[in-house]
Design a protein around this ligand. Structure first.
Ligand SMILES: [Zn+2]
Length: 992
C-alpha cells in the first residue's frame, strides 16, 4: 500500500505521509519484545528446532514450553518444495514447503484460533449498484489441524443469513447458528454439536448480505458524475483487516488460501478481480447457478444481470483479494516477460471521465513489470495485471494481486498538462505497487509486525532501484535522501518513535504502523545495506529469499539469510539492531594527529540522549570519502560496531563520513572541520558528491534543532553555497529554511528576516530561470524553476507576486490557462488567493468542483486554504463539512496547517467538531492525519498543555501514536525556540 503525499511549502515538511510514532509504554514494549517471535526465532535458527519432521505434531513441539511463544515450525501439510500443485482446480502453483502455521493453543487473544486452516474459498458476490447493496455466499474448504467443536472466523458489518457445515467425518450437511459475535475482535463463532476430529476436512458455507457504504474500507461505493448525474461503482480495500467486511474469512496474512471469485452484476457493467475471467454470460438462475444461490438471485427476476467467473488464484493472503464492479473503460497494452516468455496483458481501468489521462500509468507498468521479473529471477505468477483508478480512496494506492487500485492523483496524468512532479509520482507509485506483486504478494509477512518487509522493500525497489533504471535522469536515488531518509529521521528522532519491527497485536495498532518507519526508515536501512555490500549482491540475496518463500510467508531473518548467502557475511548480526531497536545514531567526529575518533550515540531531536535512552550500539558502515590524488575515493569497509573507535586518516586533506548519504545516521563534525568540508563541497569539481551535499544540509539543520550545533552554523553553510546549481541541494535548503519559518511562526520579526534571507537566495534564481518551461530542458532545471518561484512568492518577493497575480487574472478573466504552466499551478493559485480576496477564493471553489486533472483539484484545495481572510477561513471549514470528499479532507487540514493565519482556527475547528470528524473517519487512515495536522505546528509549552488537555479524556486508541508524535514535535520545537532564538536573531541581523 502507498499513501499520498502533499508538500505544502510554507510548512517546509512533506504532508501528509504517515509520520506516526510509538506511544506504548516502553516497559510493556520491552516485555513484549522479549517474548516476540522474531527475537526467539532469530536466536534459534529454524533448522535447529527439533520438530523438523514433516509429520511431527506441531502441538507437541519441544520448544513450545511457553504459550507466550510463537515460532516457526515446518509445514506439516506439505513436505516438499516441488510437490507441485494445490488440489483445487489443479492450479499449477508450487506450494512452498515453508508454510508456517502459528502454533495453536496460543494465548494470544489477537490471533484467530489455529485449529482450522482455510485451504480454498469459493466466493460469490452479487453487486447491486442501484440499491447500493451486495449479497454473498462463501464456501470455505477447511483442514482440521486440531480437533475442535467451534469454528471462529472474522466477520464485520455483514448480515449473516445462513450457515452450514459439511465434514468428511460427520454425516450430512449441518445447519449452523451463530453462537457469539465479538464486535471488538470482529469475530463470529459457530458452536458445533459434535467435535471435528484432527486430520478431517470440512466445507463451511455462509450466506450473507451487506451495504456498499462510503467508508473506503471493505467493499465500498465510489461516486462520479455523468452528464450532471451522480453514478456509483464499487471496489474493495482490504488491507489490513477489511476483507472480513466483504466475506467471512480467516483474515490474517499467514492463513493463505486459494480463491475462486464469482461476481453477479447488472448487465452493462464490468466485473474485475485478481484473476482473469474464465466465463461471462447472462445470468440464468438454475442454469448457471446452483440451488445454493436461490436467495441471491431471487431479486434479479425480470432484470438483466450477468455472471462472471474468475480463475482460481495462487495461495494468497486475504488482504490482497480484490473485486470491483462498475461502468469502467480501459486502455490496454501487453508485455513479453523475460523469464517465462509469456505475454502478459496489462490494462488500466477508469470511469469514462478519467480514462484519457491513464496512458502514462499504463506505460509505466509496461516498462517496469519485466524488470522486476528479471531482477528477482522469479516469474510473475498471474495471467494479467490490471490497475483501477478510483475517485474515492483512503490511502494512495493498493497492491491487490493482479488488480492494483489507487486514487486519481497517483495514476492520472494529463498528456497535455502533466507537471513533472505529478509524472514522477505516477511512475513511482505504479512501480511501488508492481514491486509488491513479488514483495508482499508472492512472499508475505507472517504478521503485521513484519509489515516493513513489504513496505520497506516496495519503497526501495519500486521508488529507487527500478525507476533509476528506467528514468536515470530523474536521479531518484538522490531524491530519496530528502523524500525518505530525512522523513524517517524526523520521526525516528522522537522518543515516541518505534522500532521498524514493531509489536502490533490488534487492528488499531495495525493501522498505525503504516508509517514513515515501515516505509521510509525500512527502505533507508535496506539502502544502507545495499550500499555496504553492493547492489548486485544485495539483489541476488533478495532473489534467494523470494525463491525460498514462494507463495509462503516470511520473517525478518529469512531475508537476512538470503542476503547472508549471497554476500558470505553474517547479515542477521549486522542488521539486528537496525530493525529491532528504536532510533538511529549520531556520529561525533573529533581529530588527533593520526586520524579521527568516531563515537556513536542515539540521536534525539530534543537534545543529547540520557543514558537510559542511549544503550543501543548499531553496526554503522562509515563510508569514508577521501581525496586520493585529487580524486574522490570511497572506502566502504570500515564498520563501527562499538561505542567509539579510532581510525587512522590523513586529516590534512578533506574527508567526510557517510559517502553518498547512504547511511542511516547523522554526523557531527567540529565547526572547523565542517567549514573545511563545506568549502570543499562548494567547489565546482569537489570530491564530495551531490548526495554528500544533501546529507550535509539536512544534518546541519537537524543537529541545530537538537542543540548539538548552532543554527547559525547551518545558515553559514547555506550562505557558502549560494552559487549552487543543483536543484536537490536547493530543495533541501528551501525546505530547511521553511521549517525554521514554520517553527518561529509567531515571531513576526524572525519570519520577516527569514523571508528576506529566502529572497536573497531564491529571487536571483527566478530572474535567471524565468517563468517558461521549454520542452527540451533537463528535469532538474524544471524543478529548480518551480522551487525558486514558489520559495520567492512564499517569501513575499513583490515582483514575483505581481507576475503571478497578472497571470492568474488573465486565467480567471479569459479561461485561458496558457500562462499557468502545469508545474506552477499550485504556486500561482495559492499565491493569488493568499494575496487576494473573495473573487480569487471563489475561483478556486469553481476549480475544485470541476477540475480538469486531479493535480488541479489538489492545487485548488491547497489554495482555498491559503486565504488570509478570517471570514473565508470560516467558509473553508464549512466547505470541508458540506462539499469535500472524505478522501480529500486531510488535504484541507494540511493546507490550513501550512497557513499561519489559519492554524489556531484549525485547532479550534478540530476540537469543536471532534465527535463528528471522529465518526466520519473512524477506521480510516485519515484520522491519524487530522490529529497530526491540527496540532503539530505549535512551538510553546503553553500550547503543548492546551493540546494535552484536549485529548486527556478522549479515547485515543485509534491514533495514539500520531498524538504522541505530535506532542513530541511540539516539545522539540519549544526547546529549539528557547535555545536558538538569540543565535538566530544575531545571525540574521548580522547578515542583513
Ligand atoms: Zn506499499
Amino acid at each position: 500500500m502507498l499513501f499520498t503525499s502533499l508538500r505544502v511549502q510554507q510548512r517546509g515538511v512533506r504532508w501528509p505521509l504517515p509520520q506516526n510514532g510509538r506511544t506504548c509504554d516502553l516497559q510493556v514494549h520491552v516485555q513484549r519484545t522479549l517474548t516476540n517471535s522474531s527475537r526467539l526465532y532469530s536466536r534459534t535458527p529454524h533448522h535447529s528446532i527439533p520438530c523438523a519432521h514433516p509429520k511431527h505434531d506441531i502441538r507437541q513441539c519441544s520448544l513450545q514450553t511457553s504459550a507466550k511463544f510463537r515460532y516457526r515450525t515446518p509445514n506439516p501439510f506439505s513436505s516438499s518444495i516441488s510437490s507441485g500443485y494445490c488440489t483445487h482446480r489443479h492450479h499449477p502453483f508450487a506450494m512452498s514447503s515453508t508454510f508456517t502455521p502459528p502454533v495453536s493453543v496460543d494465548n494470544n487473544q489477537y490471533r484467530l484460533p489455529t485449529n482450522l486452516k482455510p485451504k480454498h474459498y469459493d466466493v460469490t458476490i452479487k453487486t447491486d449498484l442501484e440499491k447500493l447493496t451486495f449479497q454473498g455466499l462463501v464456501k470455505i474448504n477447511l483442514d482440521v489441524v486440531a480437533g475442535t467443536s467451534a469454528i471462529t472466523l472474522n466477520t464485520s458489518g455483514l448480515d449473516l443469513t445462513k450457515a452450514s457445515l459439511t465434514s468428511n467425518a460427520l454425516s450430512g450437511e449441518q445447519a449452523l447458528e451463530v453462537s457469539t459475535f465479538d464486535k471488538t475482535q470482529e469475530r463470529t463463532t459457530f458452536q458445533l454439536s459434535r467435535n471435528l476430529p484432527a486430520g478431517s476436512t470440512a466445507e463451511l458455507k455462509i450466506g450473507y448480505s451487506g451495504e456498499l457504504t462510503g467508508s473506503m474500507m471493505g467493499y465500498y461505493k465510489s461516486a462520479y458524475e455523468v452528464d450532471g448525474k451522480t453514478k456509483h461503482y464499487a471496489l474493495t480495500q482490504f488491507e489490513p483487516t477489511a476483507a472480513r467486511r466483504t466475506f467471512p474469512c480467516w483474515d490474517e496474512p499467514l492463513l493463505k488460501a486459494t480463491f475462486a471469485i464469482t461476481m453477479i452484476s447488472r448487465e452493462g457493467t464490468v466485473n474485475l478481480s485478481n484473476m482473469q475471467s474464465i466465463s461471462e454470460e447472462p445470468l440464468n438462475p438454475g442454469v448457471n447457478t446452483s440451488s445454493d444461490f436461490e436467495e441471491i438471485v431471487a431479486s434479479t427476476k425480470n432484470e438483466k444481470w450477468k455472471i462472471t467467473k474468475f480463475d482460481t488464484t495462487p495461495p494468497m493472503s486475504s488482504y490482497i483479494v480484490a473485486l470491483a464492479n462498475g461502468d469502467f473503460e480501459y486502455l490496454e497494452s501487453s508485455v513479453e516477460m523475460p523469464l517465462s516468455k509469456k505475454t502478459i496483458p496489462l490494462r488500466i481501468y477508469a470511469t469514462k471521465d478519467h480514462i484519457h489521462q491513464a496512458q502514462f500509468a499504463l506505460d509505466v507498468k509496461v516498462a517496469v513489470l519485466p524488470l522486476y521479473e528479471k531482477i528477482f529471477d522469479v516469474e510473475y505468477p498471474l495471467p494479467k495485471l490490471d490497475t483501477l483508478v478510483a475517485s474515492d480512496f483512503d490511502a494512495g494506492a493498493m497492491e491487490n494481486w493482479g488488480l492494483i487500485t489507487g486514487r486519481t492523483s497517483v495514476f492520472l496524468l494529463d498528456p497535455e498538462r502533466g507537471d513533472l512532479k505529478a509524472k514522477k509520482r505516477v511512475a513511482t507509485v505504479q512501480s511501488h505497487e508492481v514491486a509488491h506483486m513479488w514483495f508482499g504478494n508472492i512472499t508475505t509477512m507472517e504478521w503485521w509486525n513484519y509489515l516493513y518487509l513489504n513496505e520497506g522493500f516496495a519503497t526501495l525497489m519500486g521508488e529507487v532501484i527500478v525507476p533509476d533504471r528506467v528514468w536515470p535522469e530523474w536521479r531518484v536515488n538522490s531524491e530519496f535522501i530528502t523524500d525518505h531518509l530525512n522523513r524517517a529521521f524526523s520521526l525516528d528522532a522522537k522518543l515516541s518513535s518505534h522500532p521498524i519491527e514493531v509489536d502490533c497485536p490488534d487492528a488499531n495498532h495495525i493501522n498505525e504502523i503504516f508509517d514513515a518507519l515501515s516505509y521510509s526508515k525500512a527502505a533507508s536501512v535496506l539502502r544502507m545495506l545495499s550500499a555496504y555490500i553492493g547492489e548486485d549482491t544485495f539483489l541476488k540475496g533478495v532473489s534467494i529469499y523470494l525463491k525460498k518463500r514462494l507463495f509462503g510467508n516470511s520473517v525478518t531473518t529469512d531475508l537476512w539469510e538470503g542476503i547472508s548467502t549471497s554476500s558470505g557475511r553474517n547479515i542477521t548480526e549486522l542488521m539486528e539492531n537496525w530493525i529491532t531497536k528504536i532510533g538511529f545514531p549520531v556520529l561525533s567526529v573529533t581529530e588527533d594527529d593520526k586520524g579521527i575518533f568516531v563515537r556513536q550515540d542515539r540521536f534525539l531531536e530534543t537534545g543529547a540522549a540520557e543514558d537510559k535512552e542511549n544503550e543501543t550500539i548499531w553496526n554503522v558502515p562509515l563510508g569514508i570519502v577521501t581525496d586520493k590524488d585529487g580524486k574522490r575515493f570511497v572506502d566502504h569497509s570500515p564498520l563501527l560496531s562499538e561505542r567509539a573507535t579510532h581510525i587512522n586518516l590523513d586529516t590534512s586533506k578533506p574527508f567526510k563520513l557517510n559517502a553518498g548519504t547512504s547511511g542511516v545516521y547523522r554526523v557531527l563534525y567540529t565547526p572547523e572541520r565542517l567549514a573545511v568540508i563545506a568549502t570543499e563541497a562548494a567547489k565546482e569539481h569537489s570530491i564530495f558528491s551531490l548526495d554528500d551535499k544533501l546529507g550535509l544540509v539536512h544534518d546541519s539543520f537537524a543537529l541545530a534543532k537538537a542543540g548539538l550545533a548552532k543554527v547559525s552554523s547551518a545558515l553559514t553553510l547555506v550562505d557558502l553555497w549560494k552559487n549552487e546549481k543543483e536543484y536537490l541541494v536547493w530543495s533541501g535548503i528551501g525546505e530547511s529554511i521553511a521549517a525554521l519559518n514554520s517553527t518561529f511562526w509567531e515571531s513576526p520579526e524572525t519570519v520577516d528576516d527569514l523571508n528576506a534571507l529566502r529572497r536573497t537566495l531564491f529571487s536571483p534564481l527566478v530572474k535567471q530561470l524565468g517563468y517558461d518551461y521549454p520542452a527540451k530542458e533537463s528535469p532538474d532545471t524544471r524543478l529548480l524553476r518551480t522551487l525558486a518561484i514558489s520559495q520567492a512568492a512564499s517569501a513575499k518577493d513583490e515582483g514575483v507576486i505581481a507576475e503571478i497575480q497578472s497571470r492568474f487574472k488573465h486565467f480567471v478573466e479569459t479561461g485561458d490557462n496558457s500562462k499557468i504552466p502545469a508545474d506552477l499551478q499550485r504556486a500561482i493559485f495559492s499565491t493569488a488567493v493568499k494575496h487576494g480576496g473573495r473573487s480569487e477564493w471563489e475561483a478556486m471553489v469553481k476549480l475544485h468542483d470541476k477540475p480538469k486533472t486531479p493535480q488541479e483539484k489538489i492545487a485548488a484545495i491547497v489554495s482555498l486554504c491559503a486565504t488570509q481572510d478570517d471570514g473565508l477561513i470560516k467558509e473553508t471549514f464549512e466547505f470541508i463539512e458540506k462539499k469535500a470528499r472524505d478522501q480529500d479532507v486531510f488535504y484541507f487540514f494540511a493546507g490550513l496547517a501550512a497557513n499561519f493565519k489559519a492554524r489556531r482556527a484549525l485547532t479550534d475547528y478540530f476540537h469543536q467538531n471532534y465527535d463528528a470528524l471522529y465518526k466520519r473517519f473512524e477506521g480510516n487512515f485519515s484520522l491519524h492525519y487530522l490529529v497530526t495536522y491540527s496540532s503539530d505546528y505549535y512551538s510553546s509549552t503553553k500550547d503543548l498543555k492546551k493540546i494535552e488537555d484536549f485529548f486527556k479524556d478522549k479515547d485515543s486508541s485509534k491514533y495514539k501514536l500520531a498524538l504522541a508524535q505530535a506532542l513530541d514535535g511540539i516539545r522539540a520545537r519549544a526547546a529549539f525556540v528557547d535555545r536558538s532564538k538569540e543565535d538566530l536573531k544575531e545571525w540574521l541581523a548580522k547578515r542583513a
